[in-house]
Design a protein around this ligand. Sequence first.
Ligand code: SF4
Length: 304
Amino acid sequence: MSRGSSRRTAWEDVPPARKRAIGKALREVDAACDRTARVHIDPIGAVRGRYRAPRDLELAGLVGACVAFGNVKTLRAKVEDAFDRLGPNLTAVADDELDVFARLGGWRHRVYIGEDLGRLLIGARRVQRAHRTLGHKFRADLDVGGTLKGALTRFADSIREAGGLHVAARERRGAAHILPDPGKTSGCKRLLLYLRWMVRPEDGVDLGLWKSVPASLLIVPVDTHIHKLAHNLGFTNRRTMTWAAAEEITSVLREYDSCDPARFDFPLCHLGMLQRCPSRRDSARCEGCGVIDVCRHWQGAAKR
Ligand code: SF4
């Protein structure tokens, strides 16, 4: 919950014994998650499978995270197509604006066209060049003071301006939305996902590239899977995936790991994908769910 907010959260009424049971379930879900297998069906798999150099990875990660919308199979194919076009040396290509636009000509995903993606990449590369790495730029934005949200807003604004997205946005929705604006109320799932990839320690999924940014600061990127599970476990009663919901969910996960609350994001998200969580009692779909013993839909019910 935001500091200063007087809103009572769902979590404050959860008894200690139930909190302990939820902690046990979370640790078991985390331990059981087959990251090696699951990374291949996650957007980060397209980034890791393609690039090795840190500067390429932080650019590719931004591209991958910013188009991480909708069906994972479709979006993976779109990201792979963009990387096929851009080739193996991303930083070098991103230095040549005309080449980027030529390579991405005809690329399209939802409201985004190749020019939108190109401007994102060109802007990110210009900021990277100016600060040596995007990680240095983000650290500098954090050092200005204030919140993670404020730093992320400054970071996104600088890329938007460097790539000309702020001008293109007057004409096209894709240009306006490809880089989320943390200054608004949206949950900014895609930018928070990018931060998780860059900041969390290398674990076969996250990359651990931005070591000067503490993982304790991260806010969990709330997609539909995390939102459902967080609601089912009593972390939040908020119905929309806003920034406030992301903060509320993260504050609960901080009770289980104050140094690295976002460590639960990948295993929980993939649990939700595997179970196709129905958010109601459904014997077939809930079978084998790692949090069934603490899910609000199964409280007091026989499991079969
Ligand atoms: S037990 Fe069922 S409803 Fe509850 S979180 Fe798991 S899949 Fe979703």
